[in-house]
Design a protein around this ligand. Sequence first.
Ligand SMILES: Cc1cc2nc3c(=O)[nH]c(=O)nc-3n(C[C@H](O)[C@H](O)[C@H](O)COP(=O)(O)OP(=O)(O)OC[C@H]3O[C@@H](n4cnc5c(N)ncnc54)[C@H](O)[C@@H]3O)c2cc1C
Length: 438
Amino acid sequence: MHYPENTRQVEAIIQNARKIKTPLVARSSRGPHLHGASENPIAETVDFSCMNRIIKIDRRSRYVRVEPGVTFGELIPLLKDAGMRLNMPLLPRAGKSVVASALEREAVLIPKYQYDYTDPLLTVEAVFGTGDVFRTGSAAGPGSPEETRADMVLPWGPGCVDYLRFFTGAQGTMGFVTWATLKTEVLPSLSKLYFVQAASAEKLTCLANTLLRRRIPDECVILSRVSFAAAFAEDAAEEDKLLSTLAPWVMLCRICGFERYPEERLSIYEGYLKEVCAEAGLEAVPEVSALPGLADKVETKITDCDRRKTYWKLRRGGVREIDMLCPPSRAPRLITLLENLSCPGAVGITVQPQVLGRAFRIECSVFFSGDPTETEQVEKALEDVSRQLFEAGAYFDRPYGKLSKIAFESDPVSTEAIRKLKRIFDPDGILNPGKLCF
Ligand SMILES: Cc1cc2nc3c(=O)[nH]c(=O)nc-3n(C[C@H](O)[C@H](O)[C@H](O)COP(=O)(O)OP(=O)(O)OC[C@H]3O[C@@H](n4cnc5c(N)ncnc54)[C@H](O)[C@@H]3O)c2cc1C
């Protein structure tokens, strides 16, 4: 196990690993290390928890630069003090690394501020498998980060290559990131959360499309009632109450007003929201009638991380997941396949519009006891359904384990190109071997 404290030490670890031909795997988050993507039985772990400096918070240019050991639990309150927030995933665990989450392209809750799949990531410093340090985009220079006059927020380049993309979704196979610049958003001065319930997911995916075309919601996410109850109930009694009273699908839609004319903006957005809902035969309401007072808790939770003792996905003991991207038109078919999944435990589904609503990230989580026999059954069910999902148009852009085979086998030309790039940036294949197509 290695615990580097700065970039020089990461360089030295990688250069030495090349010499002695020892594989390495990067880990930046605190436990529980779900599914083991940051574990590799044939590699030594490079744990970035000691690289946990917040290098810069810039309100004027709206960004933050942090080392990979910085967690959501630490960063959210500091940004709040500076009047800013992150475009967050849905309830990440408090110990999840902000940088690793962005590198993994975890779905964000506010699609209208996400212009590319790599957002909110802007630039990174990384050490390639060659042992060379490299900075992407406008962080590349000229000069060192201390000398450069750039604010290091432009993601493209250097030159005409988007090097940033080599590191995202790469599971630490191309290089180890030593700091990252992330886009931040201004904290709203006024906000209101609405719930829209529906019998089918399709009603809500269509609604999300319309709302996002008009850029109305900030946070916008669709949850099956199993996921909603798992994420927001405080105890088993609340979970049962939600499961027995909610419609099968719930959309959370948060509208926000800022420094200038916040009330006016909110009232215009409210008008649009109600009008679009009425046209679709739906209703946007500010409370969940089964549990009065829940709305405030939900709003607090979607703007924070999960600070509870047990992470919401692990309340039943175990969880197995599968996630994919798809165009909005394909989402209903894929969701139906997941709704018909037959395995032990409860199947939760979340649908998150991404990149201004151009695509949906669908995430299916099976919450079960964690018992080894059940684990086998759940994994088998997910493996079987993944083939059907693939044939129905799912795009597995961040494949883990057996999913990698399906994703890469289908496109041998791109797979070979990716392997060629890997040979340039990690010639000895020491970074997280065995993952993706390596
Ligand atoms: C829907 C879903 C399904 C999943 N299914 C699986 C699955 O079936 N199998 C599986 O193995 N995983 C799976 N994962 C991924 C896994 O759950 C997460 O990546 C997991 O949280 C990893 O543990 P961690 O948080 O401790 O890792 P983190 O430390 O957060 O690291 C996450 C990833 O980033 C890499 N990384 C960490 N730090 C750096 C750095 N500084 N530079 C470069 N790379 C870095 C790690 O090697 C790892 O691959 C899934 C995730 C989701 C959302």
